[in-house]
Write a new protein. Sequence first.
Length: 155
Amino acid sequence: MGDPLSVRTAREEDLSRIAELENLVFEDTGFSFSALVQLFGPSGITWLVAEDDDGIWGYSLSVRATDDPQVGWIMALGVHPERRGERIGWHLLDESIAELQSKGINTIKLTVIPENAAAVGLYMRAGFQDSGQWKEGDLGDGAVRKILTLLLPPE
Ligand SMILES: CC(C)(COP(=O)(O)OP(=O)(O)OC[C@H]1O[C@@H](n2cnc3c(N)ncnc32)[C@H](O)[C@@H]1OP(=O)(O)O)[C@@H](O)C(=O)NCCC(=O)NCCS
């Protein structure tokens, strides 16, 4: 049996695999490889991947809000369909929260489609709360998104 799955900071050479997973998980609304390459340097304060001997199976992409340095946004979090239900999403979320907190962030926000039971279940379990609707429109897919917020206690 190989090494167990572990979570680590993403490197530039991981971006093509992250783009592949984004496309698999989010299809038309996922970040392309070129978008990830351009965002990685200036924005990627906490980008994580979950990997084992066979490769990368999940990722999370977080950024700092431009209007408030104490607010972080989890832009994307996904797990390969064949590896869901193994707590990979939980592990990535837990590490993302810890990493963001270690960088002075006290409020974490993200958007989710309310019908996405797996994602809503994951975030609610971690303590996120519904904090309203995200913008007026959508990402071009016709789906309305909610904002979920996690307030972190002072360290
Ligand atoms: C959401 C997602 C990341 C969860 O990843 P995962 O590795 O399968 O989830 P985990 O095994 O870590 O589960 C952690 C918790 O999430 C919740 N959860 C996971 N799958 C669920 C499901 N199908 N239904 C309800 N709750 C679910 C549960 O609370 C679970 O805890 P439990 O097992 O103790 O009950 C994964 O389903 C995914 O990639 N979905 C598509 C992309 C997406 O929707 N991303 C989030 C929106 S940005």
